[in-house]
Design a protein around this ligand. Structure first.
Ligand code: PHE
Length: 461
């Protein structure tokens, strides 16, 4: 029966397709744009270690849970909870997830639009002859301008919608299989270039030698939020993808491979960007502009830099695209299954309304920058709430759902493909889902929010 409904709903065609799509979702702006700069902001290696701890103790168990829930229910994020826990409020988790998808994609599309614009600028050779200061103002005046970033954000949302409309196998899977290998190759080439720059070792020390005195609670919260964001967890993306995975797939192994790929690629991106930051004396805590300001500097210094700059920004766009399709799919699967819309209508409706919210995110970088909540503009507010609050709390509910509601027996049955594979890690998995993940997420989130409010209040005086 499950196989039947899966074929009606669309499904992934091969094992590699599953990995490409799920890793495509995980690997994105989070790895290449966000990870290096938040590592910079929160002090380097100490942040990295906390992040890795969260990945292993919380991220991996939650990823296994999402795949398991999705495949067992064979429904969208909201419908999965309704099906597995009828007549209970668990569906709120799925509902929150759909909301988080909305918010995340709205600002995600803006940054991806920047990447598209930079691809064109790289093609035009616009970085040529610019000093580091000029590259900085090139970026800041671009993101603050009213039309250009919105034009690119809309173009990006259009591409995202186009792939999603084509369906799970012919759209999402096909493009992920095409684009992911390309991304890896280019990243490795850039890494070698960056690490052979004079002064690169300082960047590597920053990334790998921890100084725990630099770590703040806000840093810890961000590490947790980023673990969820980077692994695409907490809002049902991987529940939705899990619902397209066939019954023979070893879900635990798939989750491990996706987690490893995501983590390795984030570290590689750090090894591309941080050595370059130090080699060119740029502040590693520069924030969101790091990739858009630092890398053009690097490209100017390297042989073939023109070529590599084009390639890099194409790949940043591509990484963003394989993630944005997974975010849009959460909303589209929800609309088409729960509200019985056609895939086409659901995609058009979701993509265009998300693009509208995104346009406000973009404008908040310039014309609407007076609209400030808790010391943050609209863009940062959406980023902060979705990544640091919605996703961790989504993850909290998912852990509790698996650990306590579904429980060990049903989890084991689904995860082992009805006894076909041995799940030696079931004990630590259930333990993490019942205790470690929920308690850690709760403490870190509450304390992180508290510290954020306190520092905001302090900034008022
Ligand atoms: N994981 C993606 C990235 O790192 C972003 C994402 C978040 C995708 C949440 C899906 C769900 O860029």
């Amino acid at each position: 029966m499950a196989g039947n409904s899966a074929s009606v709903r669309g499904s992934f065609g091969s094992k590699f397709g599953v990995i490409a799509a799920a890793a495509g979702s995980a690997v994105g702006l989070g790895n290449i744009w966000k990870f290096p700069y938040i590592t910079g902001v929160y002090g380097g290696a100490a942040f990295l270690f906390v992040y890795l701890g969260f990945i292993v103790a919380i991220g991996l168990p939650v990823m296994i849970s999402e795949f398991t829930i999705g495949r067992k229910a064979r429904k969208n994020a909201f419908g999965s909870f309704k099906k597995l826990a009828p007549k209970t409020p668990w569906y709120v988790t799925g509902f929150l997830g759909v909301g988080a998808a909305y918010l995340i994609l709205s600002f995600y599309g803006v940054v991806a639009g920047w990447a598209m614009n930079y691809t064109v600028e790289a093609l035009k050779g616009s970085f040529n002859g610019k000093t580091p200061d000029e590259l900085t103002s090139f970026f800041t005046s671009f993101i603050a301008s009213p039309f250009k970033p919105i034009f690119w954000q809309l173009s990006f949302m259009f591409l995202t919608g186009l792939i999603v409309i084509m369906g799970v196998q012919k759209g999402i899977e096909r493009y992920s299989k095409l684009l992911m290998p390309l991304l890896v190759v280019i990243l490795i080439i850039l890494m070698f270039r960056s690490m052979t720059l004079p002064g690169a070792s300082k960047g590597l020390a920053f990334l790998f030698k921890p100084d725990f005195s630099k770590l703040t609670w806000e840093g810890v919260l961000s590490a947790l939020g980023h673990a969820f964001f980077s692994l695409s967890l907490g809002m049902g993306t991987l529940i939705t993808y899990g619902s397209y995975i066939n019954n023979k797939n070893n879900l635990g192994k798939t989750a491990l491979q996706v987690t490893l790929a995501d983590t390795v690629i984030a570290i590689f991106a750090g090894m591309v960007i941080l050595p370059a930051v130090f080699a060119f004396n740029i502040e590693p805590g520069a924030g969101p502009g790091l990739v858009f300001i630092t890398l053009p500097n690097v490209f100017l210094q390297m042989p073939g830099g023109y070529f590599f700059s084009i390639l890099f920004f194409i790949l940043l766009t591509v990484a963003a695209l394989t993630s944005s399709i997974s975010i849009l799919e959460v909303v589209v699967a929800f609309l088409s299954e729960e509200l019985k819309m056609s895939r086409r209508i659901a995609t058009i409706l979701a993509a265009s309304s998300i693009a509208l919210v995104g346009a406000f995110c973009s404008l908040s970088m310039g014309h609407l920058d007076y609209a400030i909540f808790l010391g943050k503009n609209f863009f940062d507010t959406v980023d902060f709430f979705s990544a640091n609050i919605f996703l961790p709390f989504g993850g909290l509910f998912i852990s509790l759902f698996m650990g306590w509601h579904l429980g060990r027996k049903k989890t084991l049955k689904e995860l082992s493909n009805h006894g076909e594979i041995k799940i030696w890690y079931i004990k630590p998995l259930i333990f993490s889902l019942r205790f470690i993940a929920p308690i850690a997420i709760f403490i870190v989130s509450i304390y992180g929010i508290y510290e954020n409010v306190v520092s905001y209040l302090a900034s008022l005086n």
